[in-house]
Design a protein around this ligand. Structure first.
Ligand SMILES: C[S@@+](CC[C@H](N)C(=O)[O-])C[C@H]1O[C@@H](n2cnc3c(N)ncnc32)[C@H](O)[C@@H]1O
Length: 321
């Protein structure tokens, strides 16, 4: 059974445990989706605790709007806007923040959102359809070199050059405005060349790349982490579930940088400074990255690529960078 309006939360128990929930604490679920993790967090919170949830998708907002729980508040916002949302709620410090990155199953499964290779739909791909350009609008005006760069960087696609060229050629005949159209252009461009990723649709990496670009996913993640750190109370937890190597690398580097004296700057770290005089970094890593267990992967294939990383705010006021 899939609860929560069609989204099976990934690493649910692990993520809630990672927050080390304080009974009367203040928590943020910055990727509400269909509220699977929020429900898990609320189940552990006492009557005076607070849970603030964010999502930029109007459909997530509609689900959250139907929740009746005095401890719960929802804001439709991009998670890079965390400081403004916290300020609006009069919250100075939080005891934990969860980011469960990427798209939700309902976003993927609804062909009208334009994320999916399965089922033809308008090429939109925006989590927040009220802001920015749709994928179709962007593809109508992007240059070949910029398109190639996006597909290579965000899709880690070997055939980025051929695919970019094919899309630009296709749009000269007809605007590329449907997911099916884009998938067909990419399939034709890479065709039989794609041996290594057999079993995967030839356009999977291109779709991922365009989605990441359109939704500014890596910039959003980077800003959210930067904004969250100063708002975490001592002992507060940061838990991030990522679904591909680009996100995971960004999270890993952020956590590493902020859990080492001098941000891990090798030159400064070599200075002859006594251990006790070293600045205490603002974060302490909690364990290694956590992957879904076999039973979860069997029940929910989406969890196969998930990686949960956790860190705790140290009590230090001494900045290390
Ligand atoms: C993987 S789903 C979260 C699922 C959720 N944990 C649950 O159990 O239902 C990710 C959600 O985060 C939202 N999202 C992704 N990036 C966002 C951003 N930068 N700002 C706000 N919401 C974002 C998406 O709209 C999507 O609903």
């Amino acid at each position: 059974m899939i609860p929560d309006g069609g989204h099976l939360p990934v690493l649910l128990d692990e993520a809630v445990a990672a927050l080390a929930i304080k009974h009367e604490g203040v928590y943020v679920d910055a990727t509400f989706g269909r509220g699977g993790h929020s429900r898990g967090i609320l189940a552990q919170l006492g009557p005076r605790a607070r849970l603030l949830a964010l999502d930029r998708d109007p459909e997530a907002e509609a689900v959250a709007g139907a929740w009746r729980d005095a401890r719960f508040r929802f804001h439709r916002a991009w998670f890079s806007e965390l400081p403004q949302v916290l300020d609006a709620e009069g919250i100075a410090a939080i005891d934990g923040l969860l980011l469960d990155l990427g798209v939700s199953s309902p976003q993927l499964d609804d062909a009208r959102r334009g994320f999916s290779l399965r089922g033809d739909g308008p090429l939109d791909m925006r989590m927040d359809p009220t802001r920015g350009k749709s994928a179709a609008e962007w593809l109508a005006q992007v240059t070949e070199s910029e398109l190639k760069e996006v597909i290579a960087d965000y899709g880690e696609e070997r055939f980025a050059q051929q695919i970019a060229r094919a899309i630009i050629a296709a749009r000269a005949h007809q605007p590329v405005v449907r997911t099916g159209q884009l998938a067909a252009v990419v399939a034709k461009a890479v065709g039989a060349r794609r041996g290594r990723d057999r079993g995967q649709d030839p356009a999977t990496r291109t779709f991922q790349a365009i989605r990441i670009y359109i939704n500014q996913e890596l910039a959003e993640l980077s800003l959210a982490l930067d904004h969250a750190l100063p708002r975490l109370a001592a002992g507060g937890r940061l838990a991030v579930i990522s679904f591909h190597s680009l996100e995971d690398r960004l999270v890993k580097q952020f956590l590493r940088r902020h859990s080492q004296p001098y941000g891990g700057n090798a030159r400064l770290a070599r200075l002859p400074i006594a251990e006790h005089a070293l600045p205490v970094p603002p974060l302490r890593l909690v364990g290694r990255s956590i992957r879904a267990r076999a039973a979860e992967v069997a029940a929910n294939p989406r969890s196969r690529s998930a990686s949960l990383r956790v860190a705790e705010r140290t009590g230090s006021d001494r900045s290390s960078w």
